[in-house]
Design a protein. Structure first.
Length: 755
């Protein structure tokens, strides 16, 4: 539990807490997480959970779990139970410090009576519409209702009647008497209590009035001796009200409220109202649907507590609003499962392969590693090799594009853990569709090793068609098909119809025998999780957690057009540099274990020190990105990797930032240079020096300013001088200080110009 609560990076709250402790303002740290039990926790709440519990643990303090049960109309004990389950699953515990706002109902009421007696609160019988109208606007001061100056004894009598249930809902409210002309609208006689003649899950019918959040929040913090009360930025204006109630009542402590930016993620909705609508209207299969951004849904899909905590740490705590790319979350689970998920093989779109040179009925049981990416880790599983096999249909091309490394007529490839095979014949049906490949194998190549040292570039996965087992798989994708659901139309219209696809995969026998709640990586396909509810022991139903990155990308979809080569002057041929066999052997292992390019694998494997550095760094970043950054940048900057001022995992984190949309290639080099100078963590450097690429919310106003400064050129562009686009791009890149992604900026500039 300690490990889960102590991993919180540097942020502005850390500085505040350390200053408070150093100055003696507080002797310790007490935080709180105050959810309302009217729904399930989602990934946005996870950020608050990680920060609230993590900051307290970092300084040896404690974090309270306090349910804000001040509105019994919407609350349900099942949500409170789910919230506690989710927090514990994330790796946190509140110990004996579980509280409810209802624990303080009597004290809060007594303080309300005190404010009325002191002339600082009154009972208002105005309607909701009248109160709203009399509050005024930003430009116009509020006006007093006819009840504002009612006698204290009369307000006390009405308040007692409210408490006893004499009046119907909405008949009257208790308001604080502060300042109707205050620039902060929250301070214009805010509401403290409203009538709710309903049963409360914990207090029954004892109370007929319930406090508003703004009244109960700060006072509950004070009762619990909370020192640092963290809220999201929308409560920034509420802080003055928080302070007013605490300062005008004899509370046992003086807490302080601090605000941070809420978590927003592209392609995701985190509005509780919208999540409830998704569930209630049947667009998803409940709060724990694996497509949902709830903790329960992510847990069922196969996300791990560590991956969510690491994601929250990478996002960090900041004052400025921004929107996170979902790739950051996907990379966090890939990083975590890389060392936790054993490897198996499964085929999702089978194409039959007949090994014509293999005896019918014969089975060769191969011993395949569960951890091929970690040569020092023990653990194997038996994989049967038979005459009839299945491979992925996408792994065959009858007319392959340049650079193709998979099955094709006459091409020799390696069957993972098995043999080297060559396609001899392609069998098609009457429509011309390929239905079967006939291949021959090299009997001396068992284990995929070429006996005579010949180079075989391609390695593909496969499954025995005779002993493989069909298992249900659910391919989950983003629930919404646009970055900002509901921006231009009702959000339900932006639901991705392919967010869940039910299919069947043929998996090797060992994978077919797994039980519920087990993770696997189906090699070259993705990370999967045996659904904890729908799987039986020995009969898993696999949820895809996240896909693996396909290094082929667009190349497999459409071959590049053939260009007529230009005549060039002949060059002097260079003798090929001899690569030592041991380097080639290490490189081949890297290709198989980390699925990186062979050329880069050779450069990584040049020295054992470089290979060790790469393997360690790859635990924190995508191996392909780590390899590219290592061989193309880092080795040109330093001679001795052992003398670096940072650990390999920090370099891996930098590589992850270079591909998840945080950094451009130039910014990546800038951050690396600072790491070499200071040894600091890349995320700390990015945050401290503002080196992250601009998000759309920053680019839009910047582009507007650039276009406004060059209105004459905008007019000329719109009249046909489209070559001015390069000029505008130059101005935008200059104004952004290199923090704008060129491709993204170009699209937005074009959108602005064409508007």
């Amino acid at each position: 539990m300690a490990d889960a609560t102590s991993n919180v990076g540097s942020n502005f709250l850390v500085q505040i807490i350390e200053d408070d402790l150093a100055s003696g303002r507080h002797q310790g740290v007490v935080t709180r997480f105050p959810p309302e039990p009217n729904g399930y926790l989602h990934i946005g709440h996870a950020k608050a959970v990680v920060a609230d519990f993590g900051l307290a643990a970092r300084y040896g303090g404690r974090c309270h779990l306090r349910f804000d049960d001040t509105n019994p109309v919407k609350e349900d004990p099942k949500y409170a139970e789910a919230i506690q389950r989710d927090i514990r699953w994330l790796g946190f515990d509140w110990g004996e410090h579980l509280y409810w706002a209802s624990d303080y109902f009597q004290q809060l009421y007594d303080w309300a009576v005190q404010l009325v007696r002191e002339g600082k609160a009154y009972v208002d019988e105005s309607s909701e519409e009248e109160i709203r109208e009399l509050r005024g606007s930003i430009e116009e001061a509020g006006r007093p209702s006819r009840w504002r100056d009612r006698p204290v004894d009369e307000s006390l009598e009405r308040l007692d009647e409210m408490r006893r249930g004499v009046h119907p809902d909405g008949a009257m409210v208790l308001r604080a008497k502060i300042d109707l002309g205050h620039a902060n609208m929250k301070m214009r006689d805010p509401l403290m209590y409203r009538i709710r003649n309903v049963e409360h899950p914990r207090t029954g019918h004892t109370w007929h009035i319930y406090p508003f959040y703004d009244y109960a929040h700060g006072l509950s913090d004070a009762i619990e001796h909370v020192t640092h009360s963290m809220c999201s930025l929308e409560f920034e204006n509420n802080r003055a009200l928080y302070d007013w109630f605490v300062d005008n009542l004899p509370t046992p402590s003086r807490p302080h409220q601090y605000e941070w930016a809420r978590l927003k993620i592209h392609y995701v909705v985190l509005s509780k109202r919208k999540l409830i609508q998704l569930v209630d209207d049947g667009h998803v299969d409940g709060w724990d649907d694996p497509r949902m951004p709830t903790i329960a849904g992510m847990r069922r899909r196969g996300f791990t507590p560590a991956s969510i905590r690491n994601f929250c740490d990478r996002v960090g705590v900041a004052k400025a609003n921004s929107t996170v790319d979902p790739l950051l979350l996907e990379n966090a689970i890939r990083d975590d499962l890389n060392d936790k998920a054993p490897r198996y093989m499964g085929v999702f779109d089978p194409l039959e392969v007949v090994v014509s040179t293999w005896p019918a009925g014969e089975v060769d049981t191969l011993d395949a590693s569960l951890w091929p990416h970690d040569v020092d880790r023990e653990g194997t599983r038996p994989v049967p090799f038979t005459r009839h096999l299945y491979v992925e249909r996408s792994d065959f091309a009858e007319t392959p594009p340049k650079g193709w490394r998979r099955l094709a007529p006459g091409v020799e490839v390696r069957l993972r853990y098995g043999y080297l095979v060559t396609v001899d014949n392609v069998v098609k049906d009457d429509t011309g569709r390929v239905i079967r490949l006939e291949v021959s194998h090299d009997p001396a190549s068992r284990g995929g090793v070429s006996p005579d040292g010949r180079k075989v570039k391609g390695t593909i996965h496969w499954v025995s068609a005779e002993q493989g087992v069909e298992r249900p798989v659910r391919i989950f994708d983003r629930l919404f098909k646009v970055e900002q659901p509901g921006k231009d139309r009702p959000f339900l219209e932006d639901i991705n119809p392919n967010a869940r696809v039910d299919a069947t995969a043929v998996v090797e026998p060992a994978a077919a025998r797994l039980g519920p709640s087990e993770h696997v990586q189906f090699e070259r396909t993705g990370y999967f999780y045996a659904d904890p509810l729908d799987s039986d022991e020995g009969a898993p139903v696999f949820n895809r957690v996240v896909p693996l990155k396909d290094s082929w990308g667009k190349a497999k979809a459409a071959p590049a057009p053939v260009k007529k080569p230009k005549a060039k002057a002949p060059k002097k041929s260079k003798a090929p540099r001899e690569v030592p066999p041991e380097v080639l052997e290490r490189a081949e292992r890297l290709v198989q274990s980390h699925q990186i390019d062979h050329k880069e694998a050779v450069l990584v494997a040049v020295t054992e020190e470089r290979e060790r550095f790469f393997r360690s760094a790859s635990t924190a970043g995508p191996p392909e990105a780590v390899a590219k950054l290592l061989v193309n940048v880092l080795v040109g900057e330093v001679d001795d990797l052992g003398s670096l001022p940072f650990v390999p995992e920090a370099f891996g984190a930098l590589a992850a930032r270079s591909v998840d949309g945080t950094l451009s290639s130039n910014l990546t080099k800038q951050v690396l240079a600072r790491m070499l100078e200071t040894g600091s963590d890349p995320d700390d450097i990015i945050d401290a020096e503002g080196l992250a690429l601009m998000g759309d919310d920053e680019l839009h106003p910047l582009i507007s300013e650039v276009l406004a400064a060059h209105a004459d050129k905008v007019t000329a562009y719109r009249e046909g001088r489209t070559n001015l686009l390069g000029f505008f791009m130059g101005q935008v890149m200059k104004a952004s200080g290199g923090r704008a992604d060129p491709a993204r900026a170009k699209g937005l500039v074009t959108t602005h110009l064409d508007a």
